[in-house]
Design a protein. Structure first.
Length: 221
């Protein structure tokens, strides 16, 4: 039986993900705020609104949520990470789900940290972006508990953009990480957080946990 996959915030990484998923194994429902995708599986929905979207899933095996600020100021981050989480849960809570994958960011770590940042480290971000993302993670943990996997992406890049920092992640690796968790039913006993950052001797983000789980980062020039 095919698994039902719901992708909220479908965009570039979502497209890369669906390109590498086996369509014979998954039913896909793709949700974005902008109707620019020519797909029978696509639904336009603004998760900052009070409206609900119509779907025919009776059960969702995996939800993938890509939060995005509506603007780059504090209110935009509050919209993208706090308000959208609450609105989405009003729909998700009505359906049985197995796994909820929340995309987050390594912005939650203090940029001044001189040590290798691990998932078990306490976080106390200084700037507002990191603070809202931390609150978003805490809210997701409260809502989804042991169903939750949080993936903290480092600075994203691809063939059209340069690596912006020592802590970085190719967009194709980002898609493959999500695919890795979809294809493997790990059945964690509690929520789990994974840093998603490629190997770099000058980087500060530890990726040991996800590599120990079995994921291998592909190297890109």
């Amino acid at each position: 039986m095919k698994k039902n996959i719901l992708i909220i915030g479908y965009g570039d990484i979502g497209k890369r993900l669906t390109d590498v998923l086996d369509s014979d194994l998954y039913n896909l429902l793709l949700v974005s705020r902008n109707n620019k995708y020519n797909s029978d599986d696509f639904i336009e929905w603004d998760w900052l609104s009070k409206k609900e979207f119509v779907h025919n899933f009776e059960k969702i095996d995996v939800v993938i949520f890509f939060p995005k600020p509506s603007r780059n100021d504090e209110s935009g981050y509050e919209d993208g990470f706090k308000n959208s989480t609450e609105n989405l849960n009003k729909i998700i809570s009505k359906l049985p789900i197995d796994t909820f994958i929340s995309i987050s960011s390594t912005r939650v770590y203090d940029k001044e940290s001189k040590s290798s940042c691990k998932e078990i480290d306490s976080i106390d971000p200084i700037e507002f972006r990191g603070k809202f993302i931390k609150e978003y993670e805490e809210k997701q943990i409260d809502l989804y508990k042991d169903k939750l996997i949080i993936l903290r992406f480092s600075g994203l890049y691809d063939s059209q953009s340069a690596k912006m920092s020592n802590n970085h992640l190719h967009r194709d690796n980002a898609a493959k990480i999500i695919k890795f968790f979809i294809e493997n039913d790990f059945h964690f006993k509690s929520y789990e957080i994974f840093n998603c950052s490629e190997d770099n001797p000058n980087g500060k983000i530890s990726n040991k946990k996800i590599k120990d789980l079995g994921f291998n980062f592909k190297e890109y020039n």
